[in-house]
Design a protein around this ligand. Structure first.
Ligand code: SF4
Length: 334
């Protein structure tokens, strides 16, 4: 009688650890598929490329709304930015468990390594997630399994515990050796996955959450472009820093935004999402002049476009140090 081939669902980030977790389990003749939980803070591109590299079928599921709720009110706090890592791991495990139940996978795997991250990968945190998430002991971390209590797939003999790993800590040396052993020549560097850990991005997101009730995917994409100024509670201005950013801002502009540009001189596109108020628009015009090549010793004209109508305003620049008091850049968690 042919033995049943077991199916695992991998919570797959596309980083080296998650690639190795898949390969370690696949080596035990388990069929593995991946799931990537996507948001604008951690887009799926890297995961898609890594999945192609190791021939892993990959589902992509958007969890932006759930992540926004968690960011507003995390149970376990933040890392150095607005990254609620423990809550985020819990959410992803929970979502993966729901897919397991619905689609009939036998167990879940992740690429977590004990002690690699200060918040979410301590032994206590990993066991807490295991205990609280829907699938409990059906959650297996193949790279650190030997430091953790045996899970159902090990107890049932679907995977051999002796062939799982005992990685621990922040060093990547053993992972790099393992990658070589699996014939992996290229894999993503560990840095730079999640924008929530970037303090400038975190400051912008915190400002958005403080001043805007309904947040759209476009509002989140705008956080990635230009210099951001909070001019008053109703007005935020985004100033393109170079031509490519001006073009991106232009593409994302809606008719209910205000667009400002100095007339007759090269300069940035200044975007005021959702229009702001008249006092804010005057300041946005000053920003347009200050960051342009227009002369700084006399007033110049600025075009203002709003809901298909065009107007002009004449204004002067201000010293950048004065305008920097409006710059959204300082992140403080409280
Ligand atoms: S770094 Fe970002 S994606 Fe990773 S666990 Fe933390 S919040 Fe989630």
């Amino acid at each position: 009688m042919a033995l049943k081939k077991h199916h695992a669902l991998a919570v797959f980030s596309g980083g080296l650890d998650s690639i190795l977790a898949v390969l370690v389990i696949r080596k035990q003749d388990i069929f593995v598929e991946g799931v990537y939980f996507e948001t604008p803070f951690f887009p799926a591109q890297r995961a898609k490329e890594s999945a192609v590299q190791i021939d892993l079928p990959l589902k992509i599921i958007d969890i932006t709304d759930e992540m926004l709720s968690i960011i507003k009110n995390p149970r376990f706090g933040y890392g150095k930015g607005l990254n609620p890592c423990m809550d985020c791991h819990f959410l992803m495990c929970q979502k993966a468990c729901e897919i397991k139940e619905k689609e009939g996978y036998d167990f879940i795997i992740t690429g977590e390594v004990l002690g690699q991250r200060p918040l979410s990968q301590t032994k206590q945190a990993m066991l807490k997630i295991q205990k609280e998430c829907l699938c409990g002991d059906y959650l297996l971390r193949p790279l650190s399994a030997k430091h953790l209590p045996p899970t159902i797939p090990e107890k049932e003999g679907w995977v051999k515990r002796e062939d799982l790993l005992d990685l621990k800590g922040r060093s990547r040396r053993l992972q790099i050796e393992l990658a070589k052993g699996f014939g992996l020549r290229e894999y993503p560097s560990p840095a730079g996955g999640c924008l929530l850990t970037d303090v400038t991005f975190a400051a912008r997101l915190k400002d958005l959450l403080a001043y805007q009730k309904d947040i759209t995917p476009r509002d989140l994409e705008l956080l990635k472009v230009g210099r951001h100024f909070r001019l008053n509670p109703k007005t935020k201005a985004i100033v393109g820093r170079k031509q490519t950013e001006n073009q991106i801002l232009q593409k994302m502009t809606l008719s209910k935004d205000v667009e400002l540009k100095v007339i007759g001189y090269p300069g940035p596109l200044v975007l005021v999402p959702y229009g702001g108020d008249p006092e804010g628009i005057k300041l946005a015009a000053i920003l347009a002049v200050t960051y342009s090549d227009a002369p700084k010793d006399r007033p110049v004209e600025v075009s203002i476009q709003y809901r298909g109508r065009k107007a002009k305003i004449k204004t002067s620049s201000l010293p950048k140090e004065v305008l920097h008091t409006y710059l959204i850049k300082v992140f403080c968690k409280s």
